[in-house]
Design a protein around this ligand. Structure first.
Ligand code: FAD
Length: 396
């Protein structure tokens, strides 16, 4: 018999689930197809200060490059809304170094890590998943955690893929420039990043990580154009990855197997960020797997129940915001920014954001949609119908 638990993929979600299981005294083997944890990385590396704490990681200079206090959000016609807090709200991290730190935490808890081992197939026996196999090897385990990231290769090969995704392609690179290191930038426009936005994230006062995701068009060319416009420069070739905005898959637990992180669709539909929320759900997966190991059951449906109870409303609200954002034209967006700036609501927005949470956004979405001043602006900018639909969707 193999280990108690087999984790496929040493990304943040797999590593957090592995740490959770190993810290309860069960044996865990983590398989990673690459020769090094965290490499290659395509991530923009923006992680909320609270979020890092929530996933049980102490801030450390070994992976933190910078701290940001807020952001400047630009409309398609170049108007700006600035949101700034008195305290740092997010860390800019070196994702490879963060993943390596998480791997160390999992190893310290007792997990084993095998690098350069790619799982090709899940093993199924009488409807249960009993392990995984690859070129010349087979691993058995009582519980498998599929943490393979966004590809869905293993679940598709096993006939277990249970939703249709429409991922965006995201690209990211680094550019040298003089910049205010305390603020990120977000740029909306159908021309710059159709269906999403472009981001500028300072890693220090002399360098930014800049990227975008797009529903259509060639994101590499779009990024080249954006960088030329914003920084008047050319850049090294970007790294690309899938940005998931569709929310969780319908089923995340199967007999003998749990899906975590991007594999489960546990990514914020508003921003495409998946490290914190994916990590929080992965911790729940680790707890459910440990309970199953303790009771000897292969049924792990309590995992589905746990993340839905804790974070289901978050995913629903953020998905609603995403679906609205997808339908706002550039013209409407410009009108919204103009109405907002004319109403001088900057301070109120800063207060709301200061009370709000970057990862668990349901509370702030509901509060914003109940604020009389913001309601007036939203109706002025978005139109009464779109606004009513939005409130309806989040049940206010
Ligand atoms: C351009 C871009 C920018 C982003 N920026 C941010 C951001 O700023 N903040 C944020 O929170 N999120 C961001 N994200 C999302 C974030 O990167 C993911 O949500 C997060 O990495 C998901 O973690 P994971 O552990 O589920 O998967 P991954 O990080 O993808 O890890 C999966 C691991 O599994 C390994 N693997 C895959 N298949 C196999 C196999 N068959 N056998 C063995 N190993 C395998 C892979 O090599 C990889 O190491 C961004 C994504 C993109 C594309």
């Amino acid at each position: 018999m193999g280990s108690d638990s087999l984790v496929v993929g040493a990304g943040p979600s797999g590593l957090l689930a592995a740490k959770e299981i190993a810290s309860r005294g069960y044996s865990v083997k983590i398989l990673e197809e690459h020769g090094q944890v965290g490499v290659p990385s395509h991530c923009a590396g923006l992680i909320s200060v609270e979020g890092l704490k929530r996933i049980g990681v102490e801030a450390s200079n070994s992976f933190i490059q910078n701290a940001v206090f807020g952001g400047r959000i630009y409309s398609p016609d170049g108007q700006c809304i600035e949101i700034r807090d008195a305290r740092p709200r997010a860390f800019v991290v070196d994702r490879a170094a963060l993943d390596q730190h998480l791997a160390e935490m999992a190893l310290n808890a007792g997990a084993e890590l095998v690098l350069g081992r790619r799982a090709e197939k899940l093993t199924l026996l009488n409807g249960s998943i009993t392990g995984a196999s690859g070129a010349g090897w087979v691993e058995e385990a009582r519980i498998v955690i599929d943490a393979e990231g966004p590809s869905q290769r293993l679940t598709t090969a096993a006939g277990l893929t249970n939703n249709r995704r429409r991922p965006l392609l995201g690209v990211n690179t680094e550019v040298a420039c003089e910049i205010d290191p305390t603020m990120v930038e977000v740029w909306f426009s159908e021309e710059t990043a159709p269906g999403f936005f472009a981001w500028v994230i300072p890693t220090n006062e002399r360098q930014v990580r800049v990227g975008l995701a797009a529903r259509e068009g060639d994101p590499t060319r779009l990024l080249a154009r954006f960088i030329k416009k914003r920084f008047n420069t050319v850049y090294p070739s970007p790294r690309a990855g899938q940005v998931l905005l569709d929310g969780p898959v319908s089923r995340t637990s199967f007999p003998g197997m749990l899906l975590v992180g991007d594999a489960a669709g546990h990514v914020k539909p508003t921003t495409g960020g998946g490290v914190v929320l994916g990590g929080l759900c992965a911790i729940e997966a680790g707890k459910a797997a440990s309970q199953a190991l303790e009771s000897g059951a292969t049924d792990t449906t309590q995992y589905d129940e746990a993340w839905r109870r804790l974070y289901g409303a978050e995913f629903r609200s953020m998905k609603t915001m995403r679906s609205l954002a997808n339908r706002i034209s550039d013209e409407r967006m410009n009108r919204f920014f103009a109405t907002f700036n004319k109403a001088k609501l900057g301070d109120r927005l800063n207060d709301l954001v200061s009370e709000g949470d970057m990862d668990l956004q349901d509370g702030i979405i509901r509060r914003a949609l109940s604020e009389p001043q913001l309601i007036r602006v939203a109706i002025g900018g978005l139109g009464r119908l779109a606004f009513a639909e939005l409130r309806d969707l989040v049940n206010i």
